[in-house]
Design a binder for this molecule. Structure first.
Ligand code: GLC
Length: 474
């Protein structure tokens, strides 16, 4: 079985969010199961020289973008047993970040065409093309419209994974002919609510649509979660399924992680305590093992539940606890936490930005990890926290609901609350603080968290099952 995994970002080349983690880890897990999975992504100018040195030039071709023909260089790199194809075009990808440009629609229309156009030139004929999010959503559309009749393409099946339904690739209708070059009379492929909607096209044209957790696959059928797409999803529920992500055990491993202060295992939790005091010292909080330390690593935006945290923050600070917060985002939240850190320096430490090494230190050093998301397609941080024995406090939504269960029942691995309500969140934080006082109970919970299996192995099996069902191949 051969799978071409198309993604606009992948660890270690380019990262802006969880998609990069998944695109870095799932292909590796599939390779371990002897599935021939290769990855294709853009060659952004932000990719480091160190990684560029691992690339070799394969070929160059031209790719149609409506009436234009654009240069497309293909490079290849081998990382951890996985082959990556990197699509080069400096006009589209020599930018100082991945997304957010006036011509994003054209950039990813080019990339999507390129993924299909390179197939005769790379000596790899996939049975499945696995597309991810709006940036690669045009692949199933283009495949059906332009390539189906050719032998090489006629049996290829497509899977489209929604990592976050909020970003759909919505543009004005004028792009239909001039940028996408799709034939007149077929506008209904992409039109939705008066716009061109890339994700809608993929939902319609892909053979399977998946989301990154079973709960989220049900949630997005409701307007509260669907950002307008529930109508089209309801027409295609027969091809919609949810498979929860795993995390990369090579990267997130308390025993080997070079970014944390001291490695530890389930049998050396005293070394986790060392990580806590080192973290307190580094971020300028008073050191003390008895003060519960709550970590937050997130984009500081509303749908991550940060408005709930803001709403009851000062009330929460009346408890004996500390917060270490890492992230950046909306001005309202950045300034709020900035103010709080200045007002309560003994209790609140804030670092603005995306700092992977500090994130790892927080996963390892905090006692609890707060994720009160309004919606969360899967969420990876809660699983990383578990792996480092840091107990998640989460709202029961999406992947948080599928990976974290409340320890109140004696078997769960975290603390959960159901309603999007600041006081409900506060109540579960207080339950965690109470539980923390019982050192023995907390140790049991910590061990249970660390034993939770969030490796890619079982999710990779589910994807393999899906690929087999579609392709009829082993
Ligand atoms: C997106 C989602 C997140 C998910 C990740 C990887 O970033 O917001 O919940 O874990 O994609 O699938």
């Amino acid at each position: 079985m051969k799978v071409l995994y198309a993604s606009s970002e992948a660890y270690p080349f380019a990262m802006s969010g969880g998609l990069a983690d998944v695109a870095g880890a799932l292909p590796k897990a599939l390779r371990r199961r002897l599935i021939g999975c290769r990855v294709v992504m853009p060659l952004y100018s932000t990719i480091s020289d160190e990684l560029r040195e691992k690339m070799t030039f394969v070929t160059s071709i031209t790719v149609p973008v409506s009436w234009r023909r654009q240069y497309c260089g293909v490079f290849e790199a081998h990382i951890d047993g996985v082959i990556y194809y990197l699509i080069d075009n400096q006009y589209y990808f020599k930018r100082d970040s991945l997304y957010g440009f006036y011509d994003d629609a054209e950039r990813f229309a080019f990339f999507s065409r390129a993924v299909l156009e390179i197939l005769p030139h790379i000596g790899f004929k996939p049975d499945i093309i696995h597309c991810n999010d709006w940036q690669t959503a045009l692949i199933p559309v283009f495949l059906n419209e332009f390539y189906r009749s050719a032998d090489l393409y006629k049996d290829i099946k497509t899977v489209f994974t929604i990592h976050n339904i909020q970003y759909q690739g919505k543009y004005g209708k004028e792009l239909y002919g001039d940028v996408l070059g799709l034939p007149a009379g077929r506008e209904s492929l992409l039109e939705y609510d008066g716009c061109i909607n890339f994700m809608k096209g993929a939902i319609q044209c892909a053979d399977k649509v998946t989301t990154v957790s079973p709960t989220y696959s049900r949630e997005i059928l409701y307007p509260y979660f669907s950002h307008g797409l529930d109508g089209i999803l309801k027409q295609f529920t027969y091809k919609l399924t949810g498979i929860v992500n795993g995390i990369d055990y090579d990267v997130y491993n308390s025993e080997t992680d070079p970014m944390i202060y001291k490695n530890f295992t389930i049998d050396s939790l005293e070394d986790k305590a060392y990580n806590k005091s080192s973290l307190q010292k580094e971020v300028g909080l008073p050191e003390g093992d008895d003060i519960p330390l709550i970590g937050i690593v997130t984009r500081l935006v509303k749908h991550k539940g940060i408005d709930l945290v803001k709403h009851v923050f000062e009330e929460l600070l009346e408890n004996d606890l500390q917060f270490v917060i890492l992230g950046s985002g909306e001005w309202e939240f950045e300034t709020f936490f900035h103010e709080m850190a200045a007002k309560y320096p003994e209790k609140v430490a804030l670092k603005l930005g995306f700092i992977p090494s500090l994130a790892h230190k927080i996963y390892a050093g905090a006692d609890m990890f707060l994720m009160p998301s309004q919606s969360e397609p899967c969420g990876l941080a809660q699983m990383v926290a578990l792996r480092y024995g840091t107990i998640p406090i989460v709202r029961k939504t999406g992947g948080l609901n599928d990976t974290i269960s409340d320890c109140g029942d004696g078997v769960g691995n975290g603390f959960t609350f159901a309603d999007y309500n600041a006081h409900e969140m506060m109540y579960s934080i207080r339950r965690a603080l109470e539980e923390y006082k019982d050192k023995e109970a907390w140790r049991v919970l910590t061990k249970r968290a660390m034993e939770y299996n969030s490796s890619w192995a079982s999710s990779a099996s589910l994807y393999i099952g899906l690929y087999r069902e579609l392709s009829g191949k082993r």
